[in-house]
Structures are given as structure tokens and as C-alpha cells.
Design a protein around this ligand. Structure first.
Ligand code: URA
Length: 214
């Protein structure tokens, strides 16, 4: 398949990501393995989504003498998983950025219409001053991603990024259409959505596979 290209979309085409994602796609992969691989891939996605964060210098005293260190500028960033499958990406991201804050947006897809319905929202009080990285393994119709970002914007957030594992071309079009200011990172862009709003070939229901439900 030709490399997918769209403005504002970064496909993280790293061999480790491709290897791990292929195992996750296989229907016989166990819940434990799926969960572990999602955590591992999320660290790699986190590495990429933070690649251009601005640094500021500060003085450091080594055992030998003074030098200038670098630290990430500004307030601690916020990871915002979309419940529930987004939770599978949180621990891996916190492994790399342990001081990040974590907000939560609870949204489910209404089965008939596939519309996003909110049932939970919690974010740091000063969320508007921080970079928010919204995370969800599957960007399918993008209804939930669009709604989660809308909600954060209502709280005054202006610096947003979106990270997913598998995206559909339709979902990317929709998300970029509604929120062109929000860049997206994905491990893969698949062929299409089916009539039930599932990504083809995808990996099935990410929440069910992560938590062993059905
Ligand atoms: N959500 C999932 O978990 N999988 C899909 O394919 C689409 C939405």
C-alpha cells in the first residue's frame, strides 16, 4: 500500500510499530499480549508526538562542573484518553512523561447513529494553559475524537494534538475538517470504514480486546 499522506497527519512508520501492530491485529492474540503491545506502541507514539516540544535552558551542576541543561518549556502536558479504549495508551505514555497530568473524556458511540454521547469529563483546572494530547487507539468515524476536542476547546484549550493507533481515511478527513488546528499522529492508516463504523482491516473492537470483554 502506498504511503498515506495528508497535511497535519504523521504516520509513525517505524519497524517496531509495524511489528507490534501486526501482532495486535491478529484475532488469536490474547488480551494480556494485546494490552502489553498497546502499552509498548504508545511509548513509541509518545516519543514521536513530543519530538518538537520546545526546550528552555537551565543551569546544571555536574560532579565535575557547571553546564547548561535543557528542560521542556511550559507547564506539564496533559494526556486525555477517550474512555474506555484510550486508557490502554496512558501507561505507556506516562512511562516516558511521568509528570504529565491525565484528563478523562467519557464518550460512547450511539450504536444506531454512531454519534458521540458524553458521560464523563474531568481535566486539570488549568488545562487551558497546557498542551493536551488526546488519545484513542481507533480513529474510525472520528465522531468521538471531534466531540472530545470540542469539549477541551470549550474549556479554553488551544494547544491540542491527537494520537491514535489505527486511523481510517474517512476519520482523518473528518477530524482534520472539524479541527484543522489539531495535528494527528497514527501508527497506521487502514483502508476504510465498514457499515458498522469499524475500521477495515483494523483490529476489531479495541476496548473489548484490551479489557477482554465482548
Ligand atoms: N472502535 C474500535 O474499537 N474499532 C473500530 O474498528 C472502530 C471503532
Amino acid at each position: 500500500m502506498a504511503a498515506f499522506r495528508m497535511d497535519g497527519v504523521t504516520v509513525v512508520d517505524h519497524p517496531l510499530v509495524a511489528h507490534k501492530l501486526s501482532i495486535m491485529r491478529a484475532k488469536e492474540t490474547s488480551t494480556a499480549r494485546f494490552r502489553q503491545l498497546l502499552r509498548e506502541i504508545s511509548t513509541l507514539l509518545c516519543y514521536e508526538v513530543t519530538r518538537d516540544l520546545p526546550l528552555e535552558p537551565y543551569p546544571v551542576e555536574t560532579p565535575v562542573g557547571p553546564t547548561t541543561g535543557q528542560k521542556i518549556e511550559g507547564k506539564k502536558l496533559v494526556f486525555v484518553p477517550i474512555l474506555r479504549a484510550g486508557l490502554g495508551l496512558v501507561e505507556g505514555m506516562l512511562d516516558l512523561v511521568p509528570s504529565a497530568r491525565v484528563g478523562h473524556v467519557g464518550l460512547y458511540r450511539e450504536p444506531e447513529t454512531l454519534d458521540a454521547v458524553e458521560y464523563y469529563f474531568r481535566a486539570p483546572e488549568d488545562v487551558a494553559d497546557r498542551l493536551c494530547v488526546v488519545i484513542d487507539p481507533m480513529l474510525a468515524t472520528a465522531n468521538t475524537a471531534v466531540a472530545a476536542i470540542e469539549r477541551l476547546k470549550e474549556r479554553g484549550v488551544t494547544n491540542l494534538r491527537f494520537v491514535c493507533l489505527v486511523a481510517s481515511p474517512e476519520g482523518l478527513e473528518r477530524l482534520r475538517g472539524w479541527h484543522p488546528d489539531v495535528p494527528v499522529w497514527a501508527a497506521a492508516v487502514d483502508e476504510r470504514l465498514n457499515d458498522h463504523g469499524y475500521i477495515v482491516p483494523g483490529l476489531g473492537d479495541a476496548g473489548d480486546r484490551l479489557f477482554g470483554t465482548r
